[in-house]
Ligand binder design. Structure first.
Ligand SMILES: [Zn+2]
Ligand SMILES: [Zn+2]
Length: 122
């Protein structure tokens, strides 16, 4: 199998909606990487909301060929709302509402066609 050191950093906008309690969250769901780091949806147990938390910080160097090479360093996820780390990973398959535990539904799915770029993982 061919190994490609590049990943496409294409941003996906998603909204998950809970039709039982009307809670809505704008999180991509699955793990995604961009120039700032790696992000994963978590449930904040304090706020009972979904947050897209940074789980790895990205740093980069510029190579002689003028390419960016990124290194990802694990970091502790923090809630974007209360800044605490009382979080659990959100299971995308289960898609459970953090407020009432009913199944959430994807109500928006957009790909950002302009923001497509490549990140080389080293
Ligand atoms: Zn919180
Ligand atoms: Zn709900």
């Amino acid at each position: 199998m061919e190994t490609n050191p590049y990943i496409a950093a294409k941003f996906v906008y998603k909204t998950y909606t809970c039709f039982s309690c009307n809670y809505k969250a704008d999180v991509p769901g699955e793990i995604h990487k961009n120039y700032h780091g790696t992000y994963q949806a978590h449930v904040c147990l304090n706020c009972r909301i979904l947050v897209d938390c940074c789980i790895e910080d990205a740093s980069h160097i510029t190579t002689l060929e003028n390419e960016f090479e990124f290194t990802f360093t694990p970091c502790e996820p923090h809630c974007l709302n209360c800044d605490d780390s009382n979080l659990i990973e959100w299971n995308v398959e289960m898609c459970k509402c953090p407020k009432c535990e009913n199944k959430m539904t994807i109500t928006r799915l957009e790909h950002d066609g302009y923001n497509t770029s490549k990140i080389k993982i080293i």
